[in-house]
Design a protein around this ligand. Sequence first.
Ligand SMILES: [Zn+2]
Length: 220
Amino acid sequence: MVTALIPKRCGSCGTPLSKEEINWCGLCEFSWVRHSGHAHCRFGERLDWRLQWSWLRLATPLERQLVHALKYDGDASLGHALGARMAREFTMGQAPQDFKSWSIVPVPLHRRRLRQRGYNQSMQLARGWSAVTGMQITPLLMRKNAGQSFTRFNRSQRIALHSVQFDWPEIPSTMPEHIPGCIIIDDVITTGSTLESMHHSLRRRWHGPLAFITLADATS
Ligand SMILES: [Zn+2]
């Protein structure tokens, strides 16, 4: 019996995709609002980032739906494809040889969230990024808290609880001294607290250059 396949839908606008389109439609890819990287100086002088780069701005519902699909639609291939796509635009605009031997460090997901979701979207972005750039993926930290339902807390308690904490695993993955630098990769930068926390945790054991890239920036 032949069953009609339900066409996959664009992760950004939801229209059914053609055979040539895999995760999103060509019109969306054209319309996504790119972030202008130079305006990006979120942390001022506080943190020593060698590079801060975000690919998209969360400017229209198209980008917001894309991020939602990346996290919640259960399709791990979307993250991989987006990581590859952003890496291609990154390597057009930067001097990729400067970073080629660096490691890419995905923001870890708490194991409970990983079980629920089935994949870590930052790891999927890292895989796609690595496939294009040849950069090695080096997962370094673990997440101490999973995030929780905050409805029973007041506002200031929620803010305190929201700060994400990372730690080195008890048996640390070796931090190869020969790595010239680490680029943390995450889906969205909002308050910046996740990246700041990653930065602090990495600095406890490693003092080489650090950078971050994100799929999208939610603030501009
Ligand atoms: Zn679309």
